[in-house]
Design a protein around this ligand. Structure first.
Ligand code: M6R
Length: 361
């Protein structure tokens, strides 16, 4: 039941400190500060192929950044409806990983079955542990988001990201890329996510004010670099799904290769800018947009240096380790879509034309 919340989506957004904690605990040991051993021998794997649809695809892309950065493990991510029909060339040392909340999405399931038939080792990051994918895959990597009712995925997404980040750390340890000191640091950082997600939920008031303006827009751009790029695409998807406002997510560095032509005073730009190694690059992209009259909302920690130039509105996010930024910044992104939809009076939990689980292709 919804309890005190107006919609399931709102309730599910607020459940994330718990769902992330439960999911991380599946893969990491808080007490010893170590990644738990996995049945997949990451040292013997030479590539990861993630297959997913929609929000799970964006979670997979965040996973890719982590597998390559922390484990030195090549990782490809593909939309299942493309993967299954294009005869992909895969090497025998590849592990195919389906990512899915329901575990029933037709294209993802068919891709998983195909990989298995090719003789690849398969794994499934799924939230429904009795689902077809959970049964089909050689290895089940569960997420512990609990039942998700809202059609727009929120807590299942952060649970998928949690599992993939934790597995990337486990892979890094197994492959000798992460030593014991670094392992303890990364595990500690991951376990800070539930508290920082709770802190991000306090951004509610600031986000509501932004959503009030966003509801008047017909087009919105989301920008980010690194793992914030897939999160920008997830933010755009969330806004489209429940508020019916056209939105696109872009890598901030791609702006000048085309989308900057869209910038005018009527097109809000939401920038996801944690204080990481590419912060300065993002900040300078925002100055370029603001200089062209684009109303910029920059979600960044208060401690981040201010970019120069007028027209940049700041929303303060918690300071966090770059590894967990996709988990912490998911919250303002979800709240933004939620409050914009509420402002527009759409059916938040059951948006038009959408089904919770897409079991036909
Ligand atoms: O159950 P799955 O995770 O396989 O579902 C995949 C997509 O259909 C799903 O994420 C969809 O994009 C959501 N409506 C996003 O909010």
């Amino acid at each position: 039941e919804k309890g005190a919340y107006r919609h399931f989506m709102e309730k599910e957004v607020h459940e994330q400190p718990d769902s992330v904690q439960h999911t991380l605990s599946e893969y990491l040991d808080l007490v010893t500060g170590a990644a738990k051993p996995q049945s997949v021998d990451f040292a013997a794997v030479d590539r990861i192929q993630i297959i997913a649809c929609g929000t799970a695809f964006y979670a997979g892309q965040i996973g890719k950044y982590a597998f390559e950065k922390y484990a030195g493990l090549p990782c490809d991510v593909e939309i299942a409806s493309e993967f299954r029909y294009r005869s992909p060339a895969l090497t025998p040392g590849t592990v195919a990983v389906a990512v899915s909340q329901s575990g029933e999405t037709a294209d993802t399931l068919a891709s998983l079955t195909w990989c298995k038939a090719q003789g690849l080792k398969t794994a499934a990051v799924v939230n429904v542990h009795t689902s077809s994918m959970a049964r089909e895959a050689d290895v089940l990597w569960p997420t512990h988001a609990g039942p998700e009712i809202g059609v727009a995925s929120t807590k299942a997404f952060t649970a998928q990201v949690s599992a993939l980040l934790a597995l990337a750390v486990a892979a890094g340890v197994a492959r000798g890329k992460i030593d014991a000191t670094r392992e303890a640091e990364l595990v500690k950082a991951l376990f800070e996510a539930p508290r920082l997600i709770a802190e991000a939920l306090q951004m509610d008031g600031q986000i509501r004010a932004i959503a009030h303006d966003l509801a008047k827009a017909t087009d919105v751009l989301f920008l980010g670099r690194g793992a914030m790029f897939p999160l920008a695409m997830e933010g755009a998807l969330k806004l489209k799904e429940i508020s019916y406002i056209h939105a696109e997510g872009y890598a901030a560095g791609e702006l000048k290769h085309g989308p900057i032509a869209l910038v005018d005073e009527k097109t809000p730009i939401i920038a996801l800018a944690p204080l990481d190694e590419v912060y300065e690059k993002t900040a300078s992209n925002l100055q370029e947009v603001a200089a062209r009259g684009g109303p910029v909302v920059m979600i960044a920690p208060a401690s981040a240096p201010a970019p120069h130039g007028a027209g940049i509105r700041r929303v303060d996010a918690p300071d966090c380790h770059p590894l967990i930024a996709p988990l912490v910044y998911a919250v303002p992104v979800q709240l933004l879509a939620y409050y914009t939809a509420v402002q527009k009076g759409t059916d938040v939990d059951q948006p038009r034309n959408l089904a919770k689980s897409v079991t036909v292709e």
